[in-house]
Structures are given as C-alpha cells and as structure tokens.
Design a protein around this ligand. Structure first.
Ligand code: NAP
Length: 249
C-alpha cells in the first residue's frame, strides 16, 4: 500500500506515526505549507498545493498512490472537495477522517452561525473584548470592526494583522483549561468567537468560556458533499487500512 495522507491536523500527525510503524505500508503526508515550522510526522512529507482537483489526480497517478486519507481540518472544505473529485477520476479509494463536532452543554451560551462572515456581523453588533480564534484566513472579515478589541492567538505571528485594535499572542495547542481560564481573565474577555473544530486540542477555551459564563459565537462546519466513507478516529482509520489490506488488488 502506498497511502497519501492529507494532513495539517493533530490526528493526521498521529495517524502518520502509527502507519509508519506498520510493515508493508509506505506513507506520504501532505501539508498545505501555511505554518513556517510545522511538526513533521514520520515518513515522507510533501508541502504545498497540488493545483486543484486535476493536480491532485495527476499526483495520485504519478506517485502510484493506492489509497488516500483526507485527515485535514473539518473547515478545510476546498481540499476536501478536491479529494473527492480527484479520487473519483484516478480510481483511488478515499477515506475521510473527520473528528466529531462539539455539542453544546446545557450551561454553554453558544450563538451558532453559518460562517465567519455571520460571526463578524454579530461581533460588530456586540463589540467589547473578544477572543477571536478563527485562524488567519478569515481575519479580513473582522477588519472594519471599530468597537471591539481583539485577542488573537496564532502559531506564526505575521508582521501585521488586518484588525483595527488587537493584541496577538503566539502559541501552539493543545491548551489546558487552567491556561485558558487565566488567558480569558487576564485579557478581560467578554466574548469568544470559535469554529466548531471538534477534538480535544482546542476544547479547553470552550470549557473556560462556560465556566466564566461567557457567550460564544460558534461557527458551524461548512457542508462538504458526503460522497465517501468517513470515520471519526485514528483507530477507525487503522481498521479501514487493515480491511483494505485484506482485499485482493
Ligand atoms: P482549504 O481551504 O480546503 O484548501 C485551500 C487550498 O490549499 C487547497 O485547494 C489546496 O491547494 C491547498 N491545501 C489545503 N490543504 C492541503 C494539504 N494538506 N496538502 C496540500 N495542499 C493543501 O484549506 P484551509 O482551510 O486553508 O487549510 C489548509 C491546511 O491547514 C489544511 O491542511 C488543514 O488541515 C489545516 N488547518 C486548517 C484549519 C482551518 O480552520 N481551516 C485549522 C487547522 C489546520 P491546491 O488546490 O493547489 O491543491
């Protein structure tokens, strides 16, 4: 088996570590190249876009990839749609590793929105001190908000952010509940904006907001056509790989 893992997440990293230890399996992890010094998993690693669905299909053929595992972030809708189209055209089996979304606890004060644009519109209405955890790609949507102070946390801090009034801190998850409680208190945060990423690594901020009674603008996941098999854990992917190995070529 020669497996391509579309990565950029903690599960993709964990999966590569497990598959690298399995005999008779070659793996290539693919990263988008957004992070300056990414954590590199075991096995071969390639970086950068493929050039759309056609480019990915070409890569699958040229590299003789036998199976594709899409372990990208739940909000990575573009590459996920490309993975579906490319595997259909190249005739390669595809598995989606998609961690379950977080569900609201009775004490949570979530305001669910469809996308980051809707979150920005709500933020503009509320104003105040906001912990903005949407990732660098969507910050532009918050650029014209003048009545809010934003706390932003990123792995790589850019020279400039498109925000009117902000404080940027550099950090890489996972984050503990104690750290998140301290951060929210220190910066006098009154509102959290988050993506419904799911998983444990970034859940502490949601729990901290609940403990402090803070409202959370929760951006729900983009819809990607569910036209392929999906599982929620690295263990379930390993089961799928074992199943695929048992099948005749
Ligand atoms: P996206 O919007 O779905 O992808 C945009 C383009 O980036 C894709 O069309 C593809 O370019 C390239 N790309 C994305 N992931 C790639 C990968 N693993 N390997 C090679 N090329 C990739 O993705 P995104 O939301 O910008 O996320 C980019 C990466 O960051 C993903 O790997 C994702 O797992 C990770 N990430 C995203 C988030 C988030 O909130 N979106 C959070 C944490 C981590 P081509 O069309 O040229 O192939």
């Amino acid at each position: 088996m020669r497996i391509l893992i579309l990565g950029g997440t903690q599960e993709a990293f964990a999966l590569a570590e497990q598959l690298a230890a399995a005999e008779g399996i070659e793996i290539i992890s693919s990263l988008a190249g957004r992070t300056r010094e990414p954590r590199l998993p075991k096995g071969q690693v390639r970086t950068g876009g493929f050039g759309g669905a056609e480019g990915l299909a070409r890569y699958l053929r040229e590299e003789r990839i036998t199976h594709l595992i899409n372990a990208t972030h739940p909000f990575a809708a573009g590459i996920s749609a490309n993975a579906v189209a490319a595997t259909q055209s190249a005739g390669v089996p595809l598995l989606r590793l998609l961690r379950p979304a977080w569900a609201a606890h009775p004490d949570d004060r979530w305001i669910s929105v469809r996308d980051a644009a809707e979150a920005a519109a709500l933020c503009r209405r509320e104003g105040g001190r906001v912990f903005l955890t949407v990732g660098s790609g969507e910050l532009d949507l918050f650029a014209s908000i003048l009545n809010a102070h934003f706390l932003v946390r990123m792995v790589d801090v850019p020279d400039q952010l498109p925000l009117h009034d902000c404080r940027v801190i550099s950090a890489r998850g996972p984050f503990s509940l104690q750290d998140e409680l301290r951060l929210l208190a220190e910066h006098h945060i009154g509102l959290l904006v988050a993506k419904n990423s799911g998983g444990d690594a970034t859940y502490a901020k949601i729990e901290a907001a609940r403990r402090m009674g803070l409202p959370v603008i929760m951006i729900e996941r983009p819809q990607v056509a569910p036209s392929h098999h999906a599982v929620g854990t690295v263990e379930a992917v390993m089961d799928w790989v074992r199943e695929m190995r048992r099948q005749p070529n």
